[in-house]
Design a protein around this ligand. Structure first.
Ligand code: ADP
Length: 537
């Protein structure tokens, strides 16, 4: 067979040739705008030529601090298709971490949204390699102390609409760079190659995964700074999928309106986004019947939420699992033909799992005595390998913590059932070790969130003299339940579902649960809050 390189340029070529009239709907600071793929590709060429003029060379890192919108999409292609590396920066990280990753990546230019300029102004003196800032905005001018500063639209006006992308790239050339929000220490960088992104995009198109296609109208709510918005912008461009990019400071109401207005068929985000949307659609009527899939990952989707989407609103739910290191799609829970005769309850049990390994990847689950049995009970750590799994952390001596013998050790403890459906029991560091046994914080959280009064629940371990660790639950109640629901109500609800020693020692009611920059429960901070609270009482 021919050894043709797998490059992102092919995705743009296809969009340009086959889908010039298909749309990218982009919400920015000034409202919703619509572009055709022909316009987007032309603007991408202009941007690439402008970067070339600014002296950007092969291998240079170009950082972005930006929301999901058309300019960010253009950078997604202009940068890697010129041989440079697109470094998407999570602007919700602490300033110290943002400084660390910009310096560690040695970013030469930063593309930044106007509203995020103040954030960069505060740290600009600490950035060692940045040669210039490019402001992405609809406004004519933005006052700033950043220097030298360029305006994105000015660069495009002067750019070359016929600019040719580099054709002789090796498929293993780095295309993207993203840092994981490490729970301790500095973030760790993961390089995505053209080949990795190409094959991951192809996997997104498989009928038994997400089945993305030209017919879809896709809205990635997951930020474009978080694992490439799970690869959706790449796959969308390639397949000619209409894209809706929700832009800055969106609310559940806005998301519901966008889905309704643009007849979005497929959307993707973390569970907190979908909990918010659910609350919105429970309170106000929308027509969301266009949705054929809500893709949810990043942390465990509560079963009660999946049930609400599927049974109450008839919206199919796709529960998936991945990490920054895995591009991210690694597991996905879609039903197969063997489930046709199952009851709704049984099917929901399966949907709530993280699912089967995506074709193209390889896995093993390592327990105390080697690989675990496929019995849905024995627990072990999930290890993965494959063409879109990273092989190291970028310039980082912590590589050996996770990458060993050709495998990525995910740090996630899982079980696998007879059918091969994997369930994430916990992160190794969040498992509660009580009296020599393990308690899954995720299972307790899911059960609590199934109670009608509970909006969110997170369970953490606190040290215990006799049992080593014990679970404490933290609960946010829905509005209107504060007077009628107490600790005992929820304990009674949990009792029939769990062995006695699994039950939390206490249930604390809170106004909100601390979250990470990407909307996951921040268990470290929560543990500190709980400990402080317990010391006081
Ligand atoms: P971080 O949270 O460290 O910034 P990632 O976003 O890469 O990094 O998160 C990856 C982790 O998120 C996984 O290792 C796993 O613990 C968790 N995760 C991802 N998807 C799911 C899911 N569907 N269910 C449970 N946990 C998940």
């Amino acid at each position: 067979m021919m050894q043709t390189p797998l490059l992102l340029t092919q995705m743009m070529d296809r969009a340009e040739k086959y889908f010039p009239k298909k749309k990218v709907i982009s919400r920015t600071e000034s409202g919703v705008q619509s572009f055709t793929y022909k316009e987007i590709v032309e603007r991408t060429r202009r941007l690439a030529s402008a970067l070339h003029q600014l002296g950007v060379q092969k291998g240079d890192k170009i950082g972005t601090l930006a929301w999901n919108h058309h300019r960010h999409l253009e950078a997604y292609f202009a940068v890697p298709c010129s041989g440079a590396v697109l470094h998407t920066i999570n602007f919700r990280l602490s300033p110290e971490h943002i400084i660390y990753i910009i310096n560690h990546a040695e970013d030469r230019f930063l593309l930044v949204d106007a509203d995020l300029v103040p954030l960069l102004e505060k740290i600009k003196d600490k950035l060692r390699n940045v040669k210039g800032y490019i402001i992405m905005t609809d406004q004519e001018k933005v006052e700033t102390s950043l220097s030298p500063v360029y305006f994105y639209e000015d660069l495009l006006t002067d750019g070359d609409p016929t600019y040719s992308f580099i054709e002789d790239l090796d498929e293993n050339t780095p295309a993207g760079l993203c840092y994981t929000s490490a729970t301790t220490g500095n973030p760790k960088g993961v390089i995505y190659s053209h080949r990795g992104i190409f094959l991951h995009s192809m996997a997104l198109g498989l009928a038994d995964t997400v089945g993305m296609s030209e017919k879809d109208i896709a809205m990635a709510v997951v930020p474009m700074f978080h694992v490439n918005a799970w690869g959706m912008p790449f796959a969308s461009m390639w397949f000619g999928t209409t894209q809706v990019l929700p832009g800055p400071y969106f609310t559940p109401k806005l998301l519901a309106e966008l889905i309704q207005e643009y007849k979005v068929t497929l959307t993707a985000g973390v569970p907190t986004i979908w909990l918010g949307l659910l609350k919105e659609i429970e309170e106000n009527p929308y027509d969301l019947s266009s949705l054929r899939g809500v893709l949810c990952g990043g942390s465990a989707a509560p079963r009660s939420m999946i049930e609400a989407f599927e049974q109450k609103y008839n919206i199919p739910f796709l529960h998936a699992y991945g990490m920054t290191e895995t591009s991210p799609m690694a597991l996905i829970s879609v039903s197969n033909s063997s489930q046709e005769s199952l009851s709704m309850e049984e099917r929901m049990d399966i949907k709530a799992k993280q699912g089967m390994l995506v074709p193209g990847l390889d896995m093993k689950i390592v327990g105390k005595d080697g690989e675990v049995k496929w019995d849905g009970k024995e627990m072990g750590e999930l290890a993965l390998r494959g063409p879109w799994i990273a092989s190291e952390y970028y310039n980082d001596d912590r590589t050996g913590d996770a990458f060993r013998d050709g495998w990525l050790y995910t740090g996630d403890v899982v079980t696998i059932d007879e059918q091969g459906y994997i369930k994430i029991v916990d992160r190794t560091k969040d498992l509660i070790k009580s009296g020599g046994e393990w308690i899954s914080s995720v299972d307790l959280e899911n059960s609590l969130m199934a109670h009608e009064a509970v909006f969110e629940a997170a369970v953490v371990a606190i040290p215990h003299e006799q049992w080593q660790e014990r679970p404490i639950a933290c609960v946010v109640l829905k509005d209107g339940y504060q007077d009628s629901v107490c600790k005992e109500t929820l304990m009674e609800f949990l009792r029939p579902q769990f062995a006695k020693w699994w039950l939390p020692d206490d249930i604390l009611f809170m106004k909100e649960i601390p979250k990470t920059s990407v909307g996951k429960f921040l268990k470290r901070a929560l543990r500190d809050q709980v400990k402080n609270h317990l010391n006081k009482v």
